[in-house]
Design a protein around this ligand. Structure first.
Ligand code: S3P
Length: 428
Protein backbone atom coordinates (compact mmCIF):
# COMPACT_ATOMS: atom_id res chain seq x y z
CA UNK A 1 0.00 0.00 0.00
CA UNK A 2 1.74 3.18 -1.21
CA UNK A 3 0.42 6.63 -0.44
CA UNK A 4 0.76 9.35 -3.07
CA UNK A 5 0.61 13.14 -2.86
CA UNK A 6 -0.61 14.97 -5.93
CA UNK A 7 0.33 18.56 -6.74
CA UNK A 8 -1.06 18.70 -10.20
CA UNK A 9 -2.87 22.02 -10.27
CA UNK A 10 -1.54 23.58 -13.46
CA UNK A 11 -2.38 26.75 -15.42
CA UNK A 12 -3.43 24.55 -18.34
CA UNK A 13 -4.05 20.88 -19.14
CA UNK A 14 -3.27 19.83 -22.69
CA UNK A 15 -2.24 16.63 -24.40
CA UNK A 16 -3.16 13.38 -26.08
CA UNK A 17 -3.81 10.03 -24.43
CA UNK A 18 -4.35 6.62 -26.00
CA UNK A 19 -6.72 4.93 -23.61
CA UNK A 20 -5.63 1.44 -22.40
CA UNK A 21 -7.70 -1.66 -23.08
CA UNK A 22 -11.23 -2.19 -21.83
CA UNK A 23 -11.32 -4.21 -18.62
CA UNK A 24 -14.62 -6.00 -19.33
CA UNK A 25 -13.56 -6.97 -22.86
CA UNK A 26 -10.04 -8.01 -21.80
CA UNK A 27 -11.46 -10.47 -19.23
CA UNK A 28 -13.85 -11.93 -21.78
CA UNK A 29 -11.16 -12.29 -24.48
CA UNK A 30 -9.18 -14.64 -22.23
CA UNK A 31 -12.27 -16.56 -21.13
CA UNK A 32 -13.51 -17.07 -24.69
CA UNK A 33 -10.00 -17.98 -25.87
CA UNK A 34 -9.87 -20.64 -23.14
CA UNK A 35 -13.27 -22.07 -24.17
CA UNK A 36 -12.50 -22.21 -27.91
CA UNK A 37 -10.34 -24.97 -29.33
CA UNK A 38 -7.32 -23.51 -31.12
CA UNK A 39 -5.27 -20.34 -30.81
CA UNK A 40 -6.91 -17.01 -30.01
CA UNK A 41 -4.88 -13.82 -30.30
CA UNK A 42 -5.73 -10.63 -28.48
CA UNK A 43 -4.35 -7.15 -29.07
CA UNK A 44 -4.76 -4.15 -26.79
CA UNK A 45 -5.24 -6.32 -23.69
CA UNK A 46 -5.44 -4.41 -20.41
CA UNK A 47 -2.50 -5.29 -18.15
CA UNK A 48 -4.52 -4.33 -15.07
CA UNK A 49 -4.40 -6.48 -11.94
CA UNK A 50 -7.99 -7.68 -12.44
CA UNK A 51 -7.36 -9.01 -15.95
CA UNK A 52 -4.09 -10.60 -14.84
CA UNK A 53 -6.14 -12.46 -12.20
CA UNK A 54 -8.27 -13.90 -15.00
CA UNK A 55 -5.16 -15.07 -16.87
CA UNK A 56 -3.84 -16.66 -13.69
CA UNK A 57 -7.09 -18.60 -13.13
CA UNK A 58 -7.01 -20.07 -16.64
CA UNK A 59 -3.37 -21.01 -16.38
CA UNK A 60 -4.33 -23.01 -13.28
CA UNK A 61 -6.92 -24.79 -15.46
CA UNK A 62 -4.10 -25.83 -17.80
CA UNK A 63 -4.73 -23.29 -20.57
CA UNK A 64 -1.56 -22.04 -22.29
CA UNK A 65 -1.47 -18.22 -22.19
CA UNK A 66 1.46 -16.04 -23.24
CA UNK A 67 1.77 -12.30 -22.87
CA UNK A 68 3.87 -10.00 -25.02
CA UNK A 69 3.18 -6.46 -23.83
CA UNK A 70 -0.53 -5.98 -24.56
CA UNK A 71 -0.70 -8.93 -26.99
CA UNK A 72 -2.02 -12.17 -25.55
CA UNK A 73 -2.01 -15.61 -27.15
CA UNK A 74 -4.33 -18.24 -25.73
CA UNK A 75 -3.95 -21.82 -26.90
CA UNK A 76 -6.60 -24.24 -25.71
CA UNK A 77 -7.78 -27.74 -26.50
CA UNK A 78 -11.24 -26.50 -25.64
CA UNK A 79 -13.16 -26.35 -22.42
CA UNK A 80 -13.46 -30.15 -22.17
CA UNK A 81 -9.67 -30.33 -21.84
CA UNK A 82 -9.40 -28.01 -18.82
CA UNK A 83 -7.48 -29.65 -15.99
CA UNK A 84 -8.78 -29.83 -12.46
CA UNK A 85 -6.82 -27.14 -10.60
CA UNK A 86 -4.66 -28.30 -7.70
CA UNK A 87 -4.80 -24.88 -6.08
CA UNK A 88 -7.58 -22.34 -5.47
CA UNK A 89 -8.38 -19.98 -8.32
CA UNK A 90 -7.54 -16.56 -6.86
CA UNK A 91 -9.66 -13.80 -8.38
CA UNK A 92 -8.03 -10.89 -6.49
CA UNK A 93 -10.22 -7.76 -6.46
CA UNK A 94 -12.14 -8.77 -9.57
CA UNK A 95 -15.92 -9.20 -9.43
CA UNK A 96 -16.02 -9.91 -13.16
CA UNK A 97 -13.50 -12.75 -12.85
CA UNK A 98 -15.29 -14.26 -9.86
CA UNK A 99 -18.83 -14.08 -11.24
CA UNK A 100 -18.11 -15.05 -14.85
CA UNK A 101 -15.83 -17.92 -13.75
CA UNK A 102 -18.70 -19.25 -11.60
CA UNK A 103 -20.88 -19.52 -14.70
CA UNK A 104 -18.15 -21.12 -16.76
CA UNK A 105 -17.02 -23.60 -14.11
CA UNK A 106 -20.62 -24.61 -13.34
CA UNK A 107 -20.93 -26.23 -16.77
CA UNK A 108 -17.35 -27.51 -17.00
CA UNK A 109 -16.04 -30.97 -16.16
CA UNK A 110 -13.81 -29.85 -13.26
CA UNK A 111 -14.03 -29.12 -9.57
CA UNK A 112 -12.57 -25.75 -8.53
CA UNK A 113 -12.51 -23.38 -5.57
CA UNK A 114 -12.67 -19.62 -6.09
CA UNK A 115 -11.46 -17.03 -3.62
CA UNK A 116 -10.58 -13.35 -3.81
CA UNK A 117 -9.37 -10.46 -1.65
CA UNK A 118 -11.16 -8.89 1.35
CA UNK A 119 -13.37 -6.73 -0.91
CA UNK A 120 -14.49 -9.73 -2.99
CA UNK A 121 -15.25 -11.53 0.28
CA UNK A 122 -17.97 -8.92 0.99
CA UNK A 123 -19.60 -8.82 -2.45
CA UNK A 124 -22.90 -10.65 -3.05
CA UNK A 125 -22.56 -13.83 -5.09
CA UNK A 126 -26.11 -15.19 -4.64
CA UNK A 127 -27.25 -13.00 -7.54
CA UNK A 128 -25.18 -15.33 -9.75
CA UNK A 129 -25.50 -18.52 -7.76
CA UNK A 130 -29.32 -18.45 -7.59
CA UNK A 131 -29.84 -18.61 -11.37
CA UNK A 132 -26.95 -21.06 -11.71
CA UNK A 133 -28.55 -23.31 -9.11
CA UNK A 134 -31.80 -23.01 -11.09
CA UNK A 135 -29.74 -24.47 -13.94
CA UNK A 136 -28.86 -27.37 -11.65
CA UNK A 137 -25.33 -26.14 -10.89
CA UNK A 138 -23.53 -27.56 -7.89
CA UNK A 139 -21.98 -24.64 -5.98
CA UNK A 140 -21.31 -24.38 -2.26
CA UNK A 141 -19.84 -21.51 -0.30
CA UNK A 142 -19.85 -19.34 2.76
CA UNK A 143 -23.32 -18.22 3.91
CA UNK A 144 -24.92 -20.76 1.54
CA UNK A 145 -22.96 -19.37 -1.39
CA UNK A 146 -23.47 -15.66 -0.81
CA UNK A 147 -19.75 -15.07 -0.24
CA UNK A 148 -16.37 -16.46 -1.28
CA UNK A 149 -14.70 -18.90 -0.90
CA UNK A 150 -16.94 -20.83 -3.29
CA UNK A 151 -16.54 -24.38 -4.54
CA UNK A 152 -17.94 -25.48 -7.90
CA UNK A 153 -18.38 -29.04 -9.12
CA UNK A 154 -18.87 -28.74 -12.88
CA UNK A 155 -21.66 -30.76 -14.52
CA UNK A 156 -24.10 -30.69 -17.43
CA UNK A 157 -26.66 -27.98 -16.81
CA UNK A 158 -30.29 -27.45 -17.69
CA UNK A 159 -31.39 -24.27 -19.52
CA UNK A 160 -33.46 -21.53 -17.85
CA UNK A 161 -35.75 -18.70 -18.75
CA UNK A 162 -34.54 -15.99 -16.37
CA UNK A 163 -35.81 -12.47 -15.73
CA UNK A 164 -32.98 -10.39 -14.30
CA UNK A 165 -33.87 -8.87 -10.91
CA UNK A 166 -30.97 -6.36 -11.18
CA UNK A 167 -29.31 -4.81 -14.22
CA UNK A 168 -25.98 -6.62 -14.11
CA UNK A 169 -23.77 -7.69 -17.00
CA UNK A 170 -21.85 -9.96 -14.65
CA UNK A 171 -25.00 -11.91 -13.75
CA UNK A 172 -26.20 -12.00 -17.37
CA UNK A 173 -22.77 -13.14 -18.57
CA UNK A 174 -22.43 -15.86 -15.92
CA UNK A 175 -25.79 -17.29 -17.05
CA UNK A 176 -24.85 -17.12 -20.75
CA UNK A 177 -21.48 -18.78 -20.12
CA UNK A 178 -23.19 -21.55 -18.13
CA UNK A 179 -25.78 -21.83 -20.91
CA UNK A 180 -22.99 -22.84 -23.31
CA UNK A 181 -23.03 -26.21 -21.54
CA UNK A 182 -26.76 -26.49 -20.92
CA UNK A 183 -28.91 -29.00 -22.67
CA UNK A 184 -31.31 -26.69 -24.54
CA UNK A 185 -32.04 -22.99 -25.08
CA UNK A 186 -31.55 -20.41 -22.32
CA UNK A 187 -33.43 -17.13 -22.30
CA UNK A 188 -32.32 -14.07 -20.29
CA UNK A 189 -34.72 -11.15 -19.97
CA UNK A 190 -33.28 -7.74 -19.09
CA UNK A 191 -35.47 -4.93 -17.81
CA UNK A 192 -32.72 -2.40 -18.46
CA UNK A 193 -29.86 -3.07 -20.87
CA UNK A 194 -26.48 -3.80 -19.28
CA UNK A 195 -23.18 -3.92 -21.17
CA UNK A 196 -23.41 -6.48 -24.01
CA UNK A 197 -19.75 -7.46 -24.49
CA UNK A 198 -20.48 -11.13 -23.82
CA UNK A 199 -23.16 -11.28 -26.51
CA UNK A 200 -20.92 -9.46 -29.00
CA UNK A 201 -17.95 -11.68 -28.28
CA UNK A 202 -20.00 -14.88 -28.49
CA UNK A 203 -20.87 -13.79 -32.05
CA UNK A 204 -17.22 -12.99 -32.78
CA UNK A 205 -16.33 -16.53 -31.74
CA UNK A 206 -18.93 -17.90 -34.15
CA UNK A 207 -21.87 -18.54 -31.81
CA UNK A 208 -25.48 -17.93 -32.71
CA UNK A 209 -27.13 -15.68 -30.11
CA UNK A 210 -30.08 -13.37 -30.57
CA UNK A 211 -30.90 -10.28 -28.59
CA UNK A 212 -34.07 -8.29 -29.19
CA UNK A 213 -36.13 -5.96 -26.99
CA UNK A 214 -34.28 -7.08 -23.88
CA UNK A 215 -34.70 -10.81 -24.57
CA UNK A 216 -31.51 -12.79 -25.17
CA UNK A 217 -31.85 -16.30 -26.59
CA UNK A 218 -28.93 -18.69 -26.64
CA UNK A 219 -28.82 -22.39 -27.56
CA UNK A 220 -26.48 -24.58 -25.51
CA UNK A 221 -23.93 -27.00 -26.93
CA UNK A 222 -22.45 -24.57 -29.47
CA UNK A 223 -18.70 -24.77 -30.03
CA UNK A 224 -16.69 -21.56 -30.19
CA UNK A 225 -14.09 -20.96 -32.89
CA UNK A 226 -10.76 -19.38 -31.90
CA UNK A 227 -10.28 -15.93 -33.42
CA UNK A 228 -8.52 -12.58 -33.13
CA UNK A 229 -9.84 -9.98 -30.67
CA UNK A 230 -8.94 -6.31 -30.82
CA UNK A 231 -9.71 -4.74 -27.44
CA UNK A 232 -10.84 -1.09 -27.62
CA UNK A 233 -9.79 1.46 -25.01
CA UNK A 234 -11.85 1.52 -21.83
CA UNK A 235 -14.41 4.34 -21.77
CA UNK A 236 -14.49 3.92 -17.98
CA UNK A 237 -10.78 4.86 -17.89
CA UNK A 238 -11.25 7.61 -20.47
CA UNK A 239 -13.97 9.05 -18.21
CA UNK A 240 -11.37 10.34 -15.73
CA UNK A 241 -9.69 12.40 -18.43
CA UNK A 242 -12.99 13.51 -19.96
CA UNK A 243 -13.87 14.99 -16.59
CA UNK A 244 -10.33 16.38 -16.11
CA UNK A 245 -10.60 18.18 -19.44
CA UNK A 246 -14.04 19.58 -18.66
CA UNK A 247 -12.95 20.77 -15.20
CA UNK A 248 -9.49 22.23 -15.71
CA UNK A 249 -8.64 25.70 -16.99
CA UNK A 250 -7.19 26.15 -20.48
CA UNK A 251 -7.60 22.46 -21.25
CA UNK A 252 -7.71 20.48 -24.46
CA UNK A 253 -7.35 16.70 -24.11
CA UNK A 254 -7.58 14.31 -27.05
CA UNK A 255 -8.46 10.74 -26.16
CA UNK A 256 -7.83 8.11 -28.85
CA UNK A 257 -9.14 4.56 -28.98
CA UNK A 258 -12.17 5.15 -26.73
CA UNK A 259 -14.61 2.20 -26.80
CA UNK A 260 -18.03 3.57 -27.82
CA UNK A 261 -20.28 0.54 -27.35
CA UNK A 262 -23.75 2.11 -26.82
CA UNK A 263 -24.27 0.07 -23.63
CA UNK A 264 -21.31 1.97 -22.13
CA UNK A 265 -21.76 5.54 -23.35
CA UNK A 266 -23.97 6.86 -20.55
CA UNK A 267 -20.99 8.97 -19.41
CA UNK A 268 -21.02 10.85 -22.72
CA UNK A 269 -24.73 11.60 -22.33
CA UNK A 270 -24.16 12.79 -18.74
CA UNK A 271 -21.27 15.03 -19.82
CA UNK A 272 -23.35 16.45 -22.67
CA UNK A 273 -26.28 17.12 -20.31
CA UNK A 274 -23.87 18.97 -18.02
CA UNK A 275 -22.63 21.17 -20.85
CA UNK A 276 -19.23 19.58 -21.49
CA UNK A 277 -17.36 20.98 -24.46
CA UNK A 278 -16.65 17.76 -26.40
CA UNK A 279 -16.34 16.52 -29.96
CA UNK A 280 -16.54 12.84 -30.88
CA UNK A 281 -15.32 11.17 -34.07
CA UNK A 282 -16.28 7.52 -34.56
CA UNK A 283 -13.57 5.34 -36.18
CA UNK A 284 -15.52 2.31 -37.34
CA UNK A 285 -19.12 1.87 -36.28
CA UNK A 286 -19.33 -1.61 -37.82
CA UNK A 287 -16.49 -3.03 -35.70
CA UNK A 288 -17.36 -5.75 -33.16
CA UNK A 289 -16.79 -3.02 -30.58
CA UNK A 290 -16.91 0.53 -32.03
CA UNK A 291 -14.21 3.05 -31.08
CA UNK A 292 -13.60 6.72 -31.56
CA UNK A 293 -11.63 9.84 -30.63
CA UNK A 294 -12.95 12.38 -28.16
CA UNK A 295 -11.62 15.90 -27.72
CA UNK A 296 -12.66 17.66 -24.50
CA UNK A 297 -12.03 21.26 -23.51
CA UNK A 298 -12.65 23.53 -20.52
CA UNK A 299 -16.40 23.65 -19.99
CA UNK A 300 -19.07 25.77 -18.40
CA UNK A 301 -20.91 23.14 -16.37
CA UNK A 302 -24.50 22.90 -15.22
CA UNK A 303 -26.25 20.44 -12.92
CA UNK A 304 -28.39 17.55 -14.14
CA UNK A 305 -30.42 14.58 -12.90
CA UNK A 306 -29.10 11.10 -13.65
CA UNK A 307 -31.32 8.08 -13.03
CA UNK A 308 -33.34 5.25 -14.58
CA UNK A 309 -32.19 3.22 -17.57
CA UNK A 310 -28.96 5.20 -18.05
CA UNK A 311 -27.58 4.03 -14.68
CA UNK A 312 -26.24 0.62 -15.84
CA UNK A 313 -24.66 2.44 -18.82
CA UNK A 314 -22.54 4.66 -16.53
CA UNK A 315 -22.51 2.83 -13.20
CA UNK A 316 -18.68 2.71 -12.95
CA UNK A 317 -18.41 6.41 -13.83
CA UNK A 318 -20.56 7.75 -11.00
CA UNK A 319 -17.61 8.57 -8.69
CA UNK A 320 -16.01 10.79 -11.33
CA UNK A 321 -19.39 12.28 -12.38
CA UNK A 322 -19.90 13.25 -8.72
CA UNK A 323 -16.60 15.15 -8.78
CA UNK A 324 -17.70 16.91 -11.98
CA UNK A 325 -21.00 17.86 -10.34
CA UNK A 326 -19.15 19.68 -7.53
CA UNK A 327 -18.15 22.24 -10.17
CA UNK A 328 -21.52 22.42 -11.97
CA UNK A 329 -24.01 25.21 -11.36
CA UNK A 330 -27.02 23.89 -9.46
CA UNK A 331 -28.20 20.67 -7.84
CA UNK A 332 -27.13 17.39 -9.45
CA UNK A 333 -29.22 14.38 -8.43
CA UNK A 334 -27.95 10.84 -8.94
CA UNK A 335 -30.70 8.28 -8.23
CA UNK A 336 -31.64 4.63 -8.91
CA UNK A 337 -28.01 3.74 -8.27
CA UNK A 338 -28.20 1.50 -5.18
CA UNK A 339 -25.94 -0.97 -7.03
CA UNK A 340 -23.11 1.40 -6.03
CA UNK A 341 -23.32 -0.06 -2.54
CA UNK A 342 -22.07 -3.48 -3.73
CA UNK A 343 -19.13 -2.41 -5.88
CA UNK A 344 -15.46 -2.71 -4.82
CA UNK A 345 -16.59 -0.70 -1.80
CA UNK A 346 -19.85 1.08 -0.93
CA UNK A 347 -19.34 3.80 -3.51
CA UNK A 348 -22.19 6.00 -2.25
CA UNK A 349 -20.54 6.32 1.16
CA UNK A 350 -17.00 6.46 -0.22
CA UNK A 351 -17.72 9.21 -2.76
CA UNK A 352 -19.73 11.30 -0.29
CA UNK A 353 -17.18 10.97 2.52
CA UNK A 354 -14.11 11.70 0.37
CA UNK A 355 -15.61 14.59 -1.63
CA UNK A 356 -16.87 16.08 1.67
CA UNK A 357 -13.25 16.06 2.93
CA UNK A 358 -12.35 18.19 -0.12
CA UNK A 359 -15.09 20.71 0.71
CA UNK A 360 -17.88 19.53 -1.59
CA UNK A 361 -21.54 20.06 -0.75
CA UNK A 362 -22.72 16.46 -1.20
CA UNK A 363 -25.29 14.31 0.59
CA UNK A 364 -25.86 10.56 0.39
CA UNK A 365 -29.35 9.27 -0.39
CA UNK A 366 -30.73 5.72 -0.28
CA UNK A 367 -30.06 5.18 -3.97
CA UNK A 368 -27.46 7.77 -4.90
CA UNK A 369 -26.39 11.28 -3.93
CA UNK A 370 -27.21 14.96 -4.28
CA UNK A 371 -24.46 17.47 -5.09
CA UNK A 372 -24.78 21.26 -5.00
CA UNK A 373 -22.29 23.25 -6.98
CA UNK A 374 -20.10 24.95 -7.72
CA UNK A 375 -17.95 24.74 -4.59
CA UNK A 376 -14.23 25.49 -4.39
CA UNK A 377 -12.32 22.37 -3.32
CA UNK A 378 -9.32 22.28 -0.98
CA UNK A 379 -6.60 19.71 -0.34
CA UNK A 380 -7.02 16.75 2.04
CA UNK A 381 -5.81 13.23 2.70
CA UNK A 382 -8.22 10.81 1.08
CA UNK A 383 -8.99 7.19 1.82
CA UNK A 384 -9.30 5.09 -1.36
CA UNK A 385 -10.91 2.07 0.37
CA UNK A 386 -8.63 0.02 -1.93
CA UNK A 387 -11.03 1.01 -4.74
CA UNK A 388 -9.35 2.02 -8.00
CA UNK A 389 -12.15 4.34 -9.09
CA UNK A 390 -12.18 6.21 -5.77
CA UNK A 391 -8.39 6.59 -6.06
CA UNK A 392 -8.61 8.05 -9.58
CA UNK A 393 -11.47 10.35 -8.56
CA UNK A 394 -9.17 11.77 -5.84
CA UNK A 395 -6.26 12.17 -8.25
CA UNK A 396 -8.40 14.09 -10.78
CA UNK A 397 -9.80 16.23 -7.95
CA UNK A 398 -6.21 17.33 -7.23
CA UNK A 399 -6.21 19.13 -10.60
CA UNK A 400 -8.64 21.70 -9.20
CA UNK A 401 -7.99 21.79 -5.43
CA UNK A 402 -6.25 24.54 -3.56
CA UNK A 403 -3.61 22.48 -1.79
CA UNK A 404 -2.32 18.95 -2.17
CA UNK A 405 -4.40 15.81 -2.26
CA UNK A 406 -2.85 12.71 -0.70
CA UNK A 407 -4.23 9.26 -1.49
CA UNK A 408 -3.63 6.78 1.32
CA UNK A 409 -3.32 3.92 -1.19
CA UNK A 410 -2.54 4.69 -4.81
CA UNK A 411 -1.55 1.11 -5.74
CA UNK A 412 -5.19 0.03 -6.07
CA UNK A 413 -5.44 2.12 -9.27
CA UNK A 414 -3.49 -0.64 -11.05
CA UNK A 415 -6.62 -2.79 -10.91
CA UNK A 416 -7.99 -1.06 -14.03
CA UNK A 417 -5.47 1.58 -15.10
CA UNK A 418 -1.85 0.69 -14.29
CA UNK A 419 -0.47 3.57 -16.40
CA UNK A 420 -2.85 6.17 -14.98
CA UNK A 421 -0.23 8.39 -13.32
CA UNK A 422 2.08 8.18 -16.37
CA UNK A 423 -0.76 9.32 -18.61
CA UNK A 424 -1.79 12.04 -16.18
CA UNK A 425 1.77 13.38 -16.06
CA UNK A 426 1.93 13.73 -19.86
CA UNK A 427 -0.75 16.45 -19.73
CA UNK A 428 0.83 19.92 -19.63
C1 S3P B 1 -18.87 -5.53 -15.49
C2 S3P B 1 -20.16 -5.26 -15.14
C3 S3P B 1 -20.54 -4.24 -14.16
C4 S3P B 1 -19.40 -3.26 -13.89
C5 S3P B 1 -18.09 -3.96 -13.71
C6 S3P B 1 -17.72 -4.78 -14.92
C7 S3P B 1 -18.59 -6.59 -16.48
O1 S3P B 1 -20.85 -4.89 -12.94
O2 S3P B 1 -19.70 -2.47 -12.77
O3 S3P B 1 -17.05 -3.02 -13.46
O4 S3P B 1 -17.45 -6.69 -16.98
O5 S3P B 1 -19.52 -7.34 -16.80
P1 S3P B 1 -22.33 -5.46 -12.61
O6 S3P B 1 -22.59 -6.60 -13.47
O7 S3P B 1 -22.26 -5.85 -11.16
O8 S3P B 1 -23.26 -4.31 -12.85
Amino acid sequence: MTSKTLQFKKPSLKGTITVPGDKSISHRSVMFGAIAKGTTTVEGFLLGDDCLSTIDCFRKLGVDITLDDTNVTITSDGMDAWQEPTDILYTGNSGTTTRLMLGLLAGSSVHAVLNGDASIGKRPMKRVINPLRDMNAHITGRADGQYTPLAVQGKTLTPIDYTMPVASAQVKSAILLAALNADGTTIVREQEPSRDHTERMLRQFGADITSKDGVITFRGGQKLTATHVSVPGDISSAAFFLVAGALANESEITLHNVGLNPTRTGIIEALEAMGANMTITIDDEAAAEPTGTIVVKTSNLKATTIGGAVIPRLIDEIPIIALLATQAQGKTIIKDAEELKVKETNRIDAVVDELTKLGANITATEDGMIIEGPTPLHGATLHTYGDHRIGMMGAIAALITDGDVTLDDADCIAVSYPTFFDDLSTLQ
